[in-house]
Structure formats: structure tokens, C-alpha cells
Ligand binder design. Structure first.
Ligand SMILES: Cc1ncc(COP(=O)(O)O)c(C=O)c1O
Length: 379
């Protein structure tokens, strides 16, 4: 089977892991953790970064640092991985689900502004009219490495005094209007280093931002809210730090970020050139305001003859690991009852999306094989 997305660990990963073991620094303090934080900050355009045990835990700590509390709502596009919604739920809050823009597959600034203009305001806070719950934050998602249109999103959020916590899980390397993705107006941006990401640490995440005290608060929360060197803790915190072992792998991967992102972009462009002539096949978007990091590749299928699920099944029978993409949050059991707006674009994406093999180690021959099978099945 040509796999969907597997890591390339042929750089310094083994060497750095051996250094960790030799040094005995295998836990959540160590030179690689510090180095990873410096590298992620520089690569994402942020002044500061905090390494975390996962993207989900990073989002959870970031939301709490941004002021999200029990019973609040956080505005979230329904077209995202369940980790974004789980992080909101871990705060005792609930996602308020919005649709994505059909051309960018990310949160639409105009819909956001419209939704926010229809809210109630009291003492500088914003309340959802139907449920009476406070809206505490906005969480755009840089889906698939495509930047959300941050200027409009941040403008709408700030007009209502709302913090923006961006889910940039797969967006390290993404550019938005000439800026790196954590320097685009969000208060905090969170990345994931899960195994299927363009760069992995085995598992892990990072919270990035430009406000020193906010990032320091996030760091404090991830480190059991410990004060000083002894066992004093000033609030309920979390054990969410990345280990030095994870960071060793992460540093080796980050050294190759630009090479990996270039490869991902080439893979996506090759699929787009070869397949978009086929009836009903449309490529993943890459809006002109930025440059996608092209985490995953694939297309949407609307040809009226073959359903995307049938195509994926046939491809898998031919040894090509084609998959669906995220089932939207409003269709997930734990989140079916969340407040939401019309979600037509999201529903359509869920039923038409096909993802194709896109490992950074994908050979030209294997990509040609994938293309040949898609062409035969849809030709
Ligand atoms: C959009 C999005 N949000 C959140 C996450 C959660 O990250 P993690 O798996 O590192 O917890 C992921 C990836 O897995 C993701 O793709």
C-alpha cells in the first residue's frame, strides 16, 4: 500500500535521541526542549514559544490563558479535527460552530463579523442571543496548512474585544500576506507535532505568540502552575510539557522544515496538474493572499457518476491509501448539540473530499502510480 503520510526520520533524529539518553535528560526539561522552542518561534514568526505534550493540550492551555471559562462559547469552524473542539470542551466550554468559506475552506471573516454583530453586549462582554452564553474567544483553523484570512478575522474579533487562539496544527511553514503564520494577529497560535504532520516529534505541540506575559501564562499552566523550585502551585495547572525525547526528534525534523514544505507543495502541484482536468475534480485551495504549507494533498470529487467514498475504496483495493478527511464537528456524537450556524460548505466538503498519499518521502514513481489509478478510475 502506498501510505497516506508517514514521517521521514533520516536526519539527525537517532543521533539526538542518543544524546538525550546519554545525558539522562529524557523528561520535560532539557536542551532539546529549549532548542525546539527557539526553532518553532523563529520558524513561525512568533517572539515566544512553549513546547507542549500535544497540539490538543497546547490548545487547551492556550484557551485557558486567553480567558475561556466553564459554560463559555468559543467560535470554531465545524470543518476541523475533533482535537480543536475537545480542547474547548476540556475548558468546560462549548464550540459555537460556523461554516467555512467555499474558496479557502477556512473561517469566513464576513460570516464571523455578521455573527458577532448579532450578539448581545453587556459590560464589554459578548453573549450568544439564543443560549445566553458568553462568547469568550474565536478559534480560526489553518486547515491543511491553508491560512485562514486572518486580517478580517482578527478585526472582527478585536471589535468585540475577543481573543483569537488559532489552531495552526498543520500550518508550520504557511505564509499569510507575506507573514509567517504565528505573526498574523492571533493572540496565540498552536501547532501539532503528531506523527502525520509535516514535521513530527512523535507527538507534541507548541503554543506561540508575541505577548510575553500571555505566553508566560500558557507556559505556567502547562507546568502544573508551579511557582519557584519547590512544591508551590498557585492555581490548577496541567502536566502538558513536551519531553526532551520528543523534542530531540522534533529538532531534527524542524531542521528540515523548508525542505519538507517544498516537497509537500510539489506533491500538491503535481496532483493538481495531473488530475484537475478530470471531470468533477477540483484541487485543494491555495488562496492568493498566502502560500499553503500543503500538509495533505487530494481533491474534491463532484462528477455525478462516482461518490468520493466509492473512489477511495477502489483506490485502496489498488494499493493506494486514499482516505476521507475530517468528519465535521457538528456530525460528531459529543458535539451534535452545539450552537451552530448554517454549515452547507462544510457538509459538502465532508462528502466530496479525497486525500491522497503525500509523505515527504513519496517517490515520483509512487506518485505517478497514484495518478494513473485515479485517472483510470475517473477517466
Ligand atoms: C486541526 C487540528 N487541530 C488539532 C489537532 C490535535 O493535535 P494533536 O494530535 O497533536 O493533539 C490536529 C492534529 O492532530 C489538527 O489537525
Amino acid at each position: 500500500m502506498i501510505p497516506l503520510a508517514i514521517p521521514d526520520l533520516t536526519g539527525n533524529e537517532a543521533k539526538y535521541l542518543q544524546e538525550c539518553v546519554t545525558s539522562t535528560f529524557v523528561s520535560s526539561v532539557g536542551a532539546f526542549v529549549n532548542r525546539l522552542e527557539e526553532m518553532v518561534a523563529a520558524l513561525s514568526g512568533a517572539a515566544y514559544a512553549v513546547a507542549t505534550s500535544a497540539g490538543t493540550t497546547g490548545l487547551h492551555a492556550a484557551l485557558i490563558a486567553a480567558g475561556v471559562e466553564r459554560d463559555d462559547l468559543v467560535i470554531l469552524p465545524s470543518f476541523t479535527f475533533i482535537g480543536s473542539a475537545n480542547a474547548i470542551a476540556h475548558c468546560g466550554a462549548m464550540p459555537y460552530l460556523l461554516d467555512v468559506n467555499k474558496d479557502t475552506w477556512t473561517l469566513d471573516p464576513e460570516s464571523l463579523a455578521k455573527v458577532l454583530s448579532g450578539t448581545d453586549k453587556k459590560n464589554g462582554k459578548v453573549y450568544h442571543r439564543q443560549t445566553g452564553r458568553r462568547i469568550a474567544a474565536v478559534m480560526p483553523v489553518h486547515v491543511l496548512g491553508i491560512a485562514a484570512d486572518m486580517d478580517g478575522i482578527v478585526r472582527a474579533a478585536k471589535e468585540h474585544n475577543l481573543p483569537v487562539v488559532a489552531d495552526g496544527a498543520a500550518a508550520l511553514g504557511t505564509i499569510y500576506r507575506g507573514r509567517k503564520i504565528a505573526d498574523t494577529g492571533a493572540d496565540l497560535t498552536v501547532f501539532s507535532f503528531n506523527g502525520n504532520k509535516t514535521v513530527t516529534a512523535g507527538g507534541g505541540g507548541a503554543i506561540c505568540g508575541n505577548d510575553a506575559s500571555l505566553v508566560q501564562l500558557a507556559r505556567h499552566l502547562t507546568t502544573t502552575a508551579r511557582v519557584g523550585a519547590d512544591y508551590d502551585h498557585d492555581r490548577i495547572g496541567f502536566n502538558y510539557r513536551m519531553t526532551n525525547l520528543q523534542a530531540a526528534v522534533g529538532c531534527a525534523q524542524l531542521e528540515r522544515l523548508s525542505e519538507f514544505v517544498e516537497k509537500k507543495r510539489r506533491i500538491q502541484a503535481t496532483y493538481a496538474n495531473a488530475l484537475t482536468g478530470l471531470s468533477g475534480v477540483l484541487p485543494f485551495p491555495d488562496p492568493a493572499y498566502g502560500k499553503s504549507a500543503c500538509w495533505f494533498s487530494g481533491f474534491t470529487l463532484r462528477n455525478g457518476k462516482m461518490e468520493s467514498g466509492e473512489l477511495r475504496k477502489s483506490l485502496r483495493e489498488r494499493g493506494v491509501d486514499a482516505r476521507p478527511f475530517w468528519k465535521p464537528i457538528h456530525l460528531q456524537v459529543p458535539f451534535g448539540g452545539c450552537p451552530r450556524e448554517e454549515l452547507g460548505v462544510t457538509d459538502e466538503l465532508w462528502s466530496t473530499l479525497v486525500t491522497l498519499p503525500c509523505s515527504t518521502s513519496l517517490s515520483n514513481a509512487d506518485q505517478s502510480t497514484v495518478i494513473k489509478h485515479v485517472q483510470e478510475l475517473l477517466g
